[in-house]
Design a protein around this ligand. Structure first.
Ligand code: NAD
Length: 499
């Protein structure tokens, strides 16, 4: 049995706590590795190592730091196939999807190569007589990234890129479900020229996370995962005065107006609802057709498309649509919620509760499900299912559809499908959700924009990647400098505007 490790001070470090967790191959249900869980002391030692390494890295000029990232991009492309294979083996997503996972992370690293420009700061020449004023962006020191299982390359890269480009050292605590790709990323960064200790990968659970949160050395925490943990981390990080941005769960609604191209909408719903087995924070999990006629026509188009989906392990060829979910517990929870939906009166129009994949009976496969006539009081509507289950809530008009998306507790992403510019504009302007698609089902912003949800999908006040990331990972210092030709006045005791 392979024993995984932490990545500390540029080397593999065997776990010393005596605690391990199993890492599964979700397609077969077999344990493929044992992962050590760091103790509080091991985590503290990693943080101290990072603090030492950060001093020199923070003092390295931004262009040199960016060159490390430039080389890192080359290495990510070189090793794309190996990264995708390792990712699929532990996560279960298809190889194409796994490459997309690496690619969307890589694009943030590419954006971070422009760090020297983003770190230039601001300057006012002649803010007063003989006075200049300038603001600098300085690194925070040691920062931490705590990441989820569903994007084991992309989300760590979203954290690592801007944090390192800004001159910080990072403690990355990846998901214990699929830790191999984050470890591979750390190794590649070393090959790209990153000094040892600047990125420490500490594997672990709540013990390691709490040690990070309580550390006086760690200055900021970037978290992505479920909402209860996001809120916990946000609150606990605040107790030691850390900066925190914590992104949580989602229930993304897609509104289908009567004038929409329904074939296009159905294709979009199938891709966004069932891709990656629904384990995306930007997955569409609620379809909201406006009017019964639209709803009937949409369901009629969805059913044959869903029935055609190929569910199989990533090794089964390029035409696999989605693979297993992450754990046996996740599978059980999804099926429990599907049963709950039936009990509460929703109409299960595609029912795959008995789905089993021949030859992979022990794998964590869940077939696709489609519900119609779901209502907002049902558990399947209120809860993030995080599986291949799409719920249809029929709305009588646009205002009701908008109201549904707006009153849900989550506010990560949403979409509207329509041919009306007026409806699309109104929707984009009024909806209280962070990322909006117009005839685009999964509106994940590109690296140079920012990514973040509203309401209980995000705690903290800056988004991930894009210019916000450079604000999050730096502290602003503003200097007011006066170089008078001669001191002419006595002391000025009043707080006064510049002359
Ligand atoms: P999770 O909350 O279980 O775990 C996320 C991280 O928190 C992991 O590193 C885990 O080890 C750690 N953790 C878990 N329990 C903890 C505890 N009690 N104390 C401290 N740390 C703990 O989430 P997950 O199952 O890995 O990921 C799926 C969730 O992530 C979904 O809710 C999904 O919507 C969300 N997600 C959100 C975004 C976003 O940008 N909003 C992106 C991806 C995933």
């Amino acid at each position: 049995m392979e024993e995984l490790y932490h990545w500390i001070d540029g080397k593999e470090a065997r776990g010393g706590s005596g605690h391990f967790v199993d890492v599964f191959n979700p397609a077969t249900g077999e344990v493929q590795a044992k992962l050590p869980l760091a103790s509080a002391d091991e985590t503290a030692a990693a943080i101290e190592g990072a603090a030492k390494a950060q001093r020199e890295w923070g003092a390295t000029n931004p262009q040199r730091r960016a060159r490390v990232l430039m080389e890192f991009v080359r290495l990510l492309n070189r090793d794309m196939d190996a990264l995708a294979e390792a990712l699929s083996r532990e996560h279960g997503k298809t190889l194409t999807d796994a490459k997309g996972d690496v690619q969307r992370g890589l694009e943030v690293i590419e954006f971070c190569i422009g760090a020297p420009h983003l770190l230039k700061g601001e300057y006012t020449d002649g803010a007063g007589p003989g006075i200049d004023m300038y603001s600098m962006r300085q690194p925070l020191g040691v920062v931490a990234g705590i990441t989820p299982f569903n994007f084991p390359a992309m989300v760590p890269l979203w954290k690592i890129g801007p944090a390192l480009a800004c001159g910080n050292a990072m403690i990355l605590k990846p998901s214990e479900r699929d830790p191999s790709v984050p470890l591979m990323l750390a190794r590649l960064l070393q090959e790209a020229g990153l000094p040892d200790g600047v990125l420490q990968v500490v594997n672990g659970d709540k013990v390691a996370v709490d040690a990070i949160l309580d550390s006086e050395i760690v200055q900021a925490v970037g978290f992505v995962g479920s909402t209860p943990i996001a809120q916990y981390i946000y609150e606990r990080a605040a107790q030691t005065g850390k900066r925190a941005q914590c992104f949580g769960g989602a229930k993304n609604h897609m509104i289908i107006m009567p004038d929409a191209d329904l074939d296009q909408a159905a294709d979009a719903l199938v891709g966004a609802g069932y891709g990656a087995a629904g384990e995306r924070c930007m997955a569409v999990s609620v379809a909201v057709p406006v009017g019964d006629e639209t709803a009937d026509a949409l369901i009629e188009r969805l059913i044959p498309r869903i029935e055609k989906l190929k569910i199989a392990p990533y090794t089964a060829g390029d035409d696999v649509d989605f693979g297993p979910v992450i754990t046996a517990a996740a599978k059980e929870n999804i099926l429990r919620l599907v049963n709950r939906g039936v009990e509460q009166g929703a109409e299960l129009v595609v029912d795959n509760r008995e789905f089993s994949l021949q030859g992979y009976e022990n794998g964590f496969f869940v077939g696709p499900h489609l519900f119609d006539r779901v209502t907002p009081d049902m558990d399947i509507y209120k809860t993030e299912i995080f599986g291949p289950v799409l719920s249809t809530v029929r709305a009588k008009d646009y205002e009701e559809a908008l109201g549904l998306a707006m009153s849900h507790e989550y506010g990560n992403g949403t979409a509207i499908f329509t041919r009306s510019g007026d409806a699309a504009r109104d929707f984009a302007s009024r909806v209280n959700i962070g990322m909006v698609g117009i005839n685009v089902p999964i509106p994940v912003p590109l690296a140079y924009h920012t990514f973040g949800g509203w309401k209980r999908s995000g705690f903290g006040d800056l988004n991930q990647h894009g210019p916000d990331a450079f604000r999050f990972y730096t502290r602003t210092k503003t200097v007011t400098a006066r170089w008078p030709s001669g001191i002419r006045e006595g002391s000025a005791l009043n707080f006064k505007p510049m002359d």
